[in-house]
Design a protein around this ligand. Structure first.
Ligand code: F6P
Ligand code: MN
Length: 330
């Protein structure tokens, strides 16, 4: 019989000395995502599809479900008693925990609903989270306290809302997968440790941006596209789900490389994806599964952040491929 999430977390406390407040926070976030999963699965029946008529700090149009998922996650973190502060893709600044709730030793960052353009078309989306240390629990958190490199993360993961709802996370002891059993409402372990093959034959990139890419990326992709008769001597397949959660999930399950490079459209934006609540947590999951994650120059998790919503180029997945495209940047 599969192990429940609760049992796995207890074992992590005893085997690896993980703080019960951290496992408590993960269990609480996992429970919270059941509610988001339920709303997502009801879609039009719950009246949650379509635009919210507002924009987030990045100037992106918010979907109703972006706002709903953000509210659910903020409330859950605030009332948990485990956190000192909350930061989200959907909020300009960090949120302090209201007076009526206790504070705890962690900072939580999240992308409440990643892959928003998939919401209305019933394609996979997900919630990404990253947990950082807050030091002594306190209430007056600032944005600056969140600006810690990804190597500081204590836990990171996502819940993917696809044909199955699955929780994928790491606390530094492998990347594990739990599947939500709808008949019992519990998460049951379905993988004890993901492993990404070092070689790959599948890549993911939004090729419509090709004319804007920088030279190393154009070179790398052209070599992949050249297939068997090109310099790589083999054919590659391509996928693009347009939800980072789904791309990372595919790579964890069957390998490959995912890229969202920086391009020349807007020099102020080094890439599309956000370092703090997209690239950092995903990079850790990939590394724990034997993969590599860089921005073309350095390991993503070692980047010293300068802003809560800062963007970063991302190359992640199969070791040999990420190392090759990174070497083209040198
Ligand atoms: O969060 C940003 C995001 O939705 C990612 O999940 C996804 O990988 C990417 O943007 C899709 O970008 P594009 O719109 O270029 O396909
Ligand atoms: Mn996102």
């Amino acid at each position: 019989m599969s192990k429940t999430l609760g049992l796995y977390l207890r074992e992590m406390e005893t085997k690896h000395g993980i703080d019960p407040q951290l496992t408590g926070l993960i269990a609480h976030l996992a429970d919270t995502c059941k509610e988001i999963s339920f709303k997502v699965s009801r879609g039009a029946l719950a009246g949650v599809l379509g635009s919210a008529g507002s924009e987030n700090v990045q100037g992106e149009t918010q979907k109703k479900l972006d706002v709903i998922a953000n509210d659910i996650m903020c409330q859950a973190c605030a009332e948990s008693g485990y956190v000192s502060g909350i930061a989200s893709e959907e909020m300009d600044h960090a949120l302090q925990v209201p007076e009526q709730y206790a504070v705890g030793p962690y900072l939580v960052l999240f992308d409440p609903l990643d892959g928003s353009s998939n919401i209305d078309i019933n394609v996979s989306i997900g919630t990404i989270f990253s947990i950082l240390p807050a030091g002594t629990p306190h209430r007056d958190v600032t944005d600056e306290e969140f600006l810690q490199p990804g190597v500081n993360q204590l836990a990171a993961g996502y819940v993917v809302y696809g044909p199955q709802t699955q929780l994928v996370f790491t606390m530094g002891h492998g990347t594990v997968v739990f599947t939500l059993d709808l008949s019992s409402g519990t998460y049951l372990q379905t993988s004890e440790g993901m492993s990404i093959p070092a070689a790959a034959k599948e890549f993911a990139i939004n090729c419509s941006n090709m004319r804007h890419w920088e030279a190393p990326v154009t070179r790398y992709i052209n070599e992949l596209l050249a297939g068997k008769t090109g310099p790589r001597g083999k054919d590659f397949n391509m996928r693009w789900v347009a939800a980072m959660v789904a791309e990372v999930h595919r790579i964890l399950n069957r390998g490959g490389i995912f890229m969202y490079p920086r391009d020349n459209r807007d020099p102020s934006k080094p890439g599309k994806l956000r370092l703090m609540y997209e690239a950092n947590p995903m990079s850790w999951l990939i590394e724990e599964a034997g993969g590599v994650a860089t921005n073309g120059y350095e390991r993503i998790r070692e980047i010293q952040p300068t802003g809560l919503h800062q963007r970063v180029a991302v190359f992640l997945g199969a070791k040999e491929e990420v190392e090759l495209v990174t070497s083209y940047h040198q």
